[in-house]
Design a binder for this molecule. Structure first.
Ligand code: G3H
Ligand code: 13P
Ligand code: ZN
Length: 315
């Protein structure tokens, strides 16, 4: 059942964070639904602009509608990840997405507010909720590359002004994470002091943590042992998710870790089966491994076992 992120955030706030997982294909969709049901967790499916363009925007939509029928117990939101204004309007008009992110965080402050407010007005008119972003993460997104030195942590006082004036429903904050597999050139550090100050300015308001993949070292080692070359890859300590959730983080974005599972499975499979040229055997391994990965992540996020409680709240 597709619900809005707002409904999910109400159930989660202060207790746990929802996993927001990016998907691009059929195998991820299957593994995602299985993993969330195995761990009895509500969840958020994220579709980036790149994912919409990978085949055709209607293809992923069709996959998710299919999964909703195959797994009728699942409760989830469908969210546009890192949207620009035009794509937000397209998703709002589609009648499929329950939530969109407008990412104008690279624009000057007043421009970020103005763009976000326009998207909020259009989305709210259709009952769709809006995530916005203030501050800048390091790392690579499809439209901007920000190096660590130029990443800007969210200013707590500005966060309050931004939310009041833009009318957004949740806010992605920059607290030291970055996108991709190469986070933290120095020691890993989330700025809980900044997060705590943001929560004081915005009590009860849902916050979002992007760039939250853990980049497990064991996964990286297996990829490299099977012919990969990911040198110096590192991520966020998943044991910090609970602490972040207590400070108002209700949505944790994870994409890179899922890509690492895909890479490890396929590299190992083809190394061990050089005679194979059928996509289904490794695809089956991947779906099972991805489901396991999702269930383990939900345990770290605290969303494991929360599906029934959410169902009751939704009535
Ligand atoms: O923040 C970016 C997400 O990981 C999406 O990545 O734009 O390559 O699909 P993508
Ligand atoms: P990772 O690159 O850490 O998985 O972050 C994903 C993300 O923030 C998607 O919006
Ligand atoms: Zn992101």
């Amino acid at each position: 059942m597709i619900v809005t992120t707002k409904e999910l955030f109400k159930a989660a706030y202060g207790k746990y964070a929802l996993g927001a997982y990016n998907i691009n294909n059929l195998e991820q969709a299957m593994g995602l639904f299985r993993g969330n049901l195995d761990s009895q967790a509500p969840f958020i499916i994220q579709i980036s602009r790149g994912a919409r363009k990978y085949t055709h925007k209607l293809m992923l939509e069709g996959l998710i509608r299919g999964a909703d029928q195959v797994f009728p117990e699942a409760i989830f939101a469908v969210h546009l990840d890192h949207g620009d204004e035009e794509t937000c309007y397209d998703c709002v008009e589609s009648g499929f997405y329950s939530s969109v992110m407008i990412d104008a965080s690279h624009e000057p402050y007043e421009e970020n507010i103005a763009i976000t407010k326009r998207v909020v007005d259009a989305a709210h008119a259709k009952g769709i909720v809006v995530e916005a972003e203030l501050g800048q993460l390091g790392g690579v997104e499809e439209h901007v590359k920000v190096d660590e030195a130029n990443a800007k942590l969210t200013d707590p006082k500005q966060a309050r002004d931004f939310v009041e004036r833009s009318g957004c429903d949740s806010l992605a904050v920059a607290i030291g994470t970055s996108h991709g597999a190469f986070k933290f050139s120095g020691s890993q550090s989330l700025h809980f002091d900044v997060l705590s100050d943001i929560q004081k300015e915005l009590p009860g308001f849902p916050l979002v943590m992007h760039g939250s993949s853990s980049v497990p070292q064991e996964e990286v080692a297996r990829i490299n042992a099977a012919g990969g070359r990911l040198l110096g890859a590192r991520g966020v300590d998943a044991n910090q998710f609970r602490q972040a959730a207590k400070l108002g983080v209700t949505k944790v974005n994870i994409d890179t870790d899922g890509r690492l599972v895909w890479t490890r499975v396929h590299r190992e499979y083809f190394l061990e089966h050089p005679e194979n040229f059928d996509m289904r055997p490794p695809g089956k391994v991947f779906m099972a491994e991805y489901a396991k990965f999702i269930a383990a992540k939900n345990e770290k996020l605290g969303s494991k076992g929360e599906l029934d409680a959410v169902r009751k709240i939704l009535g």
